[in-house]
Design a protein around this ligand. Structure first.
Ligand code: ADP
Ligand code: ADP
Length: 226
């Protein structure tokens, strides 16, 4: 099964805004996929539906063959989500933040501790494992969000505008880490409104505008066209 299959997805908010107008797309296992579009295009709405935070109005979403509607729990086990905002407890330390996240998935404590070590090391946060998260640099906080999202060892990692408002240095270091995660076998989808960002990293891309997919191609083909 594809890592992600979206068919004829629509979302109309209670306000009457049609955020998605019939979106279809497919992401293959192992891909590094960009969803590019301007503000208001529907990116966050789509990510919200993929991660079960938003209900679709119609259409179908499957994660590795599991329907987000009919098998929500099963689909969610396969996803790691890195939201835009830093939403961890700033007074907790990275180690506890990761271990507690594993607790949500019912992962036994011994395994949770092993994984916390693995991912905090991988994201160069191990030496900061015991300090309050609020004392971390901006880049470290972003990396902590990624480490936490890896605690259930997701097959699909979704990052919603992961570099919004961060400087070029932090951005580069984040990409290094996310690329490593992708190379280790995790499918990655990120949203962005910078083509240059997608260009550096992603193999395939969909462009969304006003709730419609207006392009869905390989990065190579897109760049050849521009
Ligand atoms: P993007 O993430 O690409 O900026 P969004 O999915 O946030 O786009 O928004 C798509 C459209 O849906 C916009 O017109 C936005 O104002 C609207 N929208 C987003 N969230 C809500 C909501 N909770 N209620 C009503 N309208 C919303
Ligand atoms: P984005 O993630 O695209 O930057 P915002 O930060 O503007 O979106 O949205 C903040 C919150 O407000 C989100 O929960 C979003 O769903 C909601 N929201 C966004 N646009 C609207 C809207 N037009 N009407 C109602 N809620 C909205």
């Amino acid at each position: 099964a594809p890592a992600l299959e979206v068919r004829d997805l629509t979302k109309t908010y209670a306000t009457g805004v049609q955020a998605l107008k019939g979106v279809s797309l497919q992401v293959e296992p192992g891909d590094f996929f960009a969803l590019l579009g301007p503000n208001g295009a529907g990116k966050s709405t789509l990510i919200g539906i993929l991660s079960s935070l938003v209900n679709a109005s119609s259409g179908e979403v499957q994660i590795f063959g599991r329907s987000v509607h009919r098998d929500r729990g099963g689909a969610m086990q396969l996803i790691g989500l890195v939201p835009q905002e830093l939403n961890f407890n700033q007074f907790e330390c990275p180690f506890d933040i990761c271990v507690n996240q594993a607790g949500f998935y019912g992962i036994p404590r011994r395994i949770a501790c092993e994984r916390a070590e693995k991912y905090l090391r991988q994201l160069s946060l191990w030496e900061k494992k015991d300090v309050a998260a609020r004392t971390l640099s901006g880049g470290m906080k972003r990396r902590l969000m990624i480490a936490r999202a890896m605690m259930n060892e997701p097959r699909l990692l979704i990052l919603d505008e992961p570099t919004a408002g961060v400087d070029i240095e932090i951005r580069r270091s984040m990409w290094k880490f996310v690329s490593e995660i992708n190379r280790a076998g995790t499918t990655v989808i990120l949203t962005t409104h910078y083509l240059e960002e997608a260009e550096q990293l992603c193999r395939n891309i969909a462009i969304i505008d006003k709730g419609n997919i207006i392009e869905n191609t390989s990065m190579k083909q897109l760049l050849a066209k521009l």
